[in-house]
Ligand binder design. Sequence first.
Ligand SMILES: C/C1=C2N=C(/C=C3N=C(/C(C)=C4\N[C@@](C)([C@@H]5N=C1[C@](C)(CCC(=O)O)[C@H]5CC(=O)O)[C@@](C)(CC(=O)O)[C@@H]4CCC(=O)O)[C@@](C)(CC(=O)O)[C@@H]\3CCC(=O)O)C(C)(C)[C@@H]/2CCC(=O)O
Length: 209
Amino acid sequence: MSYDYIREGDAIYNRSFAIIRSEADLKRFAPSVEERLAVRIIHACGMTDVAADLAFAPGAAEAGAAALAAGAPIFCDAQMVAHGVTRARLPANNEVICTLSDPSVPAQAKARGLTRSAVAADLWRAKLGGSVVAIGNAPTTLFRLLEMLDEGAPMPACIIGMPVGFVGAAESKDALIQYPNTPHLVVRGRRGGSAMAAAAINALASAKE
Ligand SMILES: C/C1=C2N=C(/C=C3N=C(/C(C)=C4\N[C@@](C)([C@@H]5N=C1[C@](C)(CCC(=O)O)[C@H]5CC(=O)O)[C@@](C)(CC(=O)O)[C@@H]4CCC(=O)O)[C@@](C)(CC(=O)O)[C@@H]\3CCC(=O)O)C(C)(C)[C@@H]/2CCC(=O)O
C-alpha cells in the first residue's frame, strides 16, 4: 500500500502555514512577530477561527521576543508546556522551568488548600522580573500569578495566558487582560492548552518559520 502524502517535515510546515495564511483573518496583527505568533497558535490547534479570540497587549510580543533574545528564563505551568518548547529555537539557551514537580509543592498545596499548579507559581518569584511566563493548562496558576503581582512580585516581560477548560479558564484570562499594564498574549474564552502556549514560545523564540 502506498499513500499520497507530503513526506518532508519542512514541506509540511510550509504548506500548513500557507493554508493558515490563506484561510485565517490575520489583518489586525502587526507584521512580523505578532502575525507569526497568531499563525503558530492556529497551527497548534487546527482552528483558524481562534484568530478572533487572540488578545495581544501592544508591544507584548516584541517584549517577549526581546526578553528571550536577552536570555530570560521561561516559566511554564505544566511539563506539557515545557516539553513543547523547541530547545533548538531558543536564542540564548534559555532556561525552561516548570516547578510543578518540585518536592515541596504537594505538601504546600495541601496545607494552603490550593492546587499544585497554583502553589508552583510561588516558586517563580525570585526570577519572575523580566522573565517569560507560559501558562497553557492551569487557570489557578494564572490567578495565583496575578495575586503575586498584587503582592508586589516583579512583572514578567511577557505573560502567555492560554489556560484551557471550563472552570476558571476564561475568567483568569479576562482578569489578566484587565490587570493594569500586563504584557499579555491571551487566547480568550475556554480555548487554550499546553500546545498553544508552547507554540507561542516557539514563535517568540525565533523568526524562522
Ligand atoms: C482542573 C485541572 C485541569 N486540567 C485540565 C486539562 C488537562 N490536564 C491534564 C494533565 C495531565 C494535568 N493537569 C494538571 C495540571 C491538573 N489539572 C487540573 C488541576 C487539578 C488543577 C489546575 C487548575 O485548575 O488550575 C491540576 C492539578 C493541580 O493540583 O494543580 C496535572 C498536574 C494533573 C496531574 O497529572 O498531576 C497534569 C499536568 C502534568 C504536566 O504536564 O505537568 C490533561 C492532559 C488532562 C488529562 O490527563 O486528560 C489536560 C491537558 C490540557 C492542556 O492542553 O494542557 C483543565 C481542562 C485545564 C482543567 C482546568 C479547567 C477545568 O475546566 O477543569
